[in-house]
Design a protein around this ligand. Sequence first.
Ligand SMILES: *Cc1c(COP(=O)(O)O)cnc(C)c1O
Length: 365
Amino acid sequence: MEKKTINFNPGPAAVPLDVLKIVQAELLDYKGTGISILESSHRAPEYDEINEQAMDLIHELFELGDEYHVLFMTGGASTQFALIPMNFLTDGQVGAYVDTGTWSSKALKEGRLFGDTYMAFSSKDEDYRRVPQMGEINIPENAAYLHMTSNNTIKGTQFHELLDTGSVPLICDMSSDIASRRRDFNKFSFIYAGAQKNLGPSGVTLVIVRDDLLAKCQEGLPTMFSYKTYAESKSLHNTPPTFGVYFLKLVLEWIKGQGGLASIEKINAEKKDLLYNAIDEHPDFFRGTVDKDSRSWMNVTMRLASEESEKEFIAEAKDNGIIGIKGHRSVGGIRFSIYNAMTLDDVEKTVEFMERFRKKKEGAK
Ligand SMILES: *Cc1c(COP(=O)(O)O)cnc(C)c1O
């Protein structure tokens, strides 16, 4: 069995076919227990093993030191927007934010609910067409942290260079590019990501937090809102999203089987090159929407000459088995979300479709 539909959904997104096959094979009887993992207790040794293995794989693939804790939470990345300032933004300090698009603006908005915030950079006036260089970012001395979004899923931009914030903790929303390329993850104090783009199904949120920042969690928070609760209980204080963590563990094993982040990065680079080359070869027909230096490897965005042509493009793509390419409702246009599970082969087929569409339209003129 192969998947026939080429699925560019931005999230929840495609998951590796090999992983789906394992889930299918194990669904009714998990490793001889006679029950499904969906029906297992989170206190059972089977789940404990999954939980441990998932945490270990994150450490291994991301090359994280022992000072990092891996947490599995719920509520999506959007809940982290609030939990971060709730835990780390204390009186007399400011939460500094780099505003590079919708998601980072939403993070800042939540920050304002809990304390003083500071806009360290914004590309809003430039229609979020780019991400900043380090030199453009102002970090106040009393910053509790600097918050950034490594990949801007909606607009289609991405940081290719890491920010250096010195002694100020760097916090990053990696929802849409986590595990898609190598990074020096040890430069971050805190990383978070909803799983539904690059790591599996929706419902589980991955959080990675370093000891020194964890020690700064405010006291007196509701139990389930404190990161300490998760770190101290291996995310087992209450019922975790067990199926999501199980699935995420399989995705991590799949990444490892591909050769780890170095191999994944190589394939992802080829995928984005195919699409951007197709766009750049005919810039009058396919119009890129962001500055070239800031182009995302995960969400390739473009416009056609008119909304009418875009509609036609989307409809014809669907007839060719290509779905999920309508741009976010806030920006319009076309967006190809090419997370880890999207194959090179399917991107090649998509580029061929783009060419057929262009030739037909230009021939019709
Ligand atoms: C999708 C996305 C979010 C929202 O995630 P939820 O899990 O739906 O809350 C936040 N940040 C980024 C960068 C995203 O791509």
